[in-house]
Write a protein that binds this ligand. Structure first.
Ligand SMILES: [Mn+2]
Length: 432
């Protein structure tokens, strides 16, 4: 048994507002799909975030269709779960369109029955739970869940065979890189035992052994942000260069993973720190020598003086794109209050809500109320409460009211991480 494991493809992501970055991602995924076919895989697993947005553009959907057809032509089944970027709280997401076209099967809970090869659809209460089946191996998975919703799903993730693959789009405590500051939703001990943990959500590739099984994040297929650069050069006192991460996907042979690298555009992450502008310019011109024509350069400059942006930009005139960030260093005594990034300030639910409210379509904006209802357990998946009955613990059998209270508590906890109280109002967020 041999399968390909992909995650965090983020089709449609126009990084740095550059449409050709979305093309880069499409090209990387197409190349990876072809390599997976060359590797003669029996099936494919996509662990979430196939799309960057839950409402991909027609162009992005067309790209996804064309690439997934590569597998369909070879009769290679594809099993997928929705990630936090592309899940939908409505009945339909772009994944359902792909499923209707026979390009993939969505794992996990759903309202309607599905019948096709390599799929087991179990009735639970008045909803269904879908698993993939390949030669006796169970492929169990579920879409991204916030940490306070995942507990109810856990009993369903228990496979009925010892040969199983668990597909989730979640951050597990044991794997996340502390520097990334991603909140985790699960620990590995929380999860039902599987022979292979096919995970998504963490964008740096990670392969870890746990209790005789492999726990794998293939990472995003392209360089999603400057932390995933191909090269890092820090020029403060002296020039310090280090290699970044590789990009690609994983081929799993009899539950053993092998990372397959996909060549992507170089993303150079430069930091220059100088007392005065002339020092900055001198250091930057040295760094410019590392950059080649098609490269993407993220340059951060820290300096006490104003800088000549035009002149520094000219040093990189031959690269594909330069993203220049400047931070004016102040005297140490002066307090500099930094405005927190959105994802530091808002929780997952609030971020999702913001994403919907920013949609151009009024109909989509109007649906914000649906996700608020869903979040507080008042939404469409009312029948979910049936699952509490099959939970062996039976501890969490309470009414919806109790659940709302529990969620409130959880939220409170998150709001005061590290004992530091987060600012409460939107005005605080904007920095008064
Ligand atoms: Mn992702």
């Amino acid at each position: 048994m041999r399968f390909a494991h992909f995650a965090d493809i983020h089709l449609g992501y126009e990084q740095y507002n550059q449409p050709w970055r979305a093309e880069d991602i499409t090209n990387a995924f197409r190349l990876a799909a072809k390599k997976a076919v060359e590797e003669k895989v029996d099936f494919v697993v996509i662990s979430g975030d196939l799309f960057h947005r839950s409402y991909p553009t027609p162009k992005t959907i067309k790209d996804a269709i064309e690439i997934l057809e590569i597998f369909k032509e070879q009769k290679i089944p594809v099993f997928a779960v929705e990630g936090n970027h592309d899940r939908s709280v409505r009945d339909m997401s772009a994944y359902h369109l792909l499923e209707k076209l026979g390009l993939l099967t969505i794992l996990g809970l759903r309202k309607n029955k599905i019948e096709r090869d390599n799929v087991l659809c179990q009735k639970i209460g008045d909803v269904y739970f879908v698993k993939g089946i390949y030669e006796g191996i169970e492929i169990v998975g579920e879409s991204y869940k916030t940490r306070w919703r995942i507990d109810r799903i856990k009993p369903l993730l228990k496979p009925s065979t010892s040969e199983s693959i668990l597909v989730l789009h979640q951050a597990v405590k044991e794997v996340i890189d502390i520097e990334l500051e991603i909140a985790y939703e699960l620990t590995l001990n929380d999860l039902p035992k599987a022979r292979y943990y096919a995970l998504g959500h963490v964008h740096l590739p990670k392969i870890l052994e746990f209790d005789g099984s492999y726990v794998v994040y293939p990472g995003s297929i392209e360089r999603y942000d400057a932390r995933e650069a191909s090269i890092f050069v820090d020029y403060s006192e002296s020039l310090v260069k280090r290699e970044g991460c590789k990009k690609g996907f994983v081929v799993v042979d009899n539950f053993k993973p092998k990372f397959i690298e996909i060549k992507t555009r170089n993303l150079l992450n430069f930091v220059v720190n100088g007392e005065n502008y002339s020092e900055v310019e001198k250091k930057t011109s040295e760094l410019a020598k590392f950059a080649e024509n098609e490269d993407l350069v993220v340059l951060k400059i820290l300096c006490r003086e104003e800088i000549d942006v035009k002149k520094l930009t000219q040093l990189f005139s031959s690269v594909k794109h330069l993203e220049l960030r400047f931070e004016r260093l102040r005297e140490k005594k002066q307090e500099f209050k930094e405005i927190p990034a959105e994802n530091q300030f808002f929780n997952e639910f609030e971020l999702k809500l913001l994403e919907i409210l920013r949609e151009e379509s009024e109909a989509l904006r109007g649906s914000a109320i649906e996700i608020i209802k869903e979040h507080f357990g008042l939404g469409e998946f009312k029948s979910l409460k049936d699952f509490s009955e099959i939970e062996k613990s039976g501890a969490e059998k309470g009414s919806e009211k109790v659940e709302v209270e529990k969620e409130k508590k959880e939220t409170k906890k998150i709001d005061s991480v590290d004992g530091k109280k987060k600012p409460k109002t939107l005005l605080d967020f904007l920095g008064d």
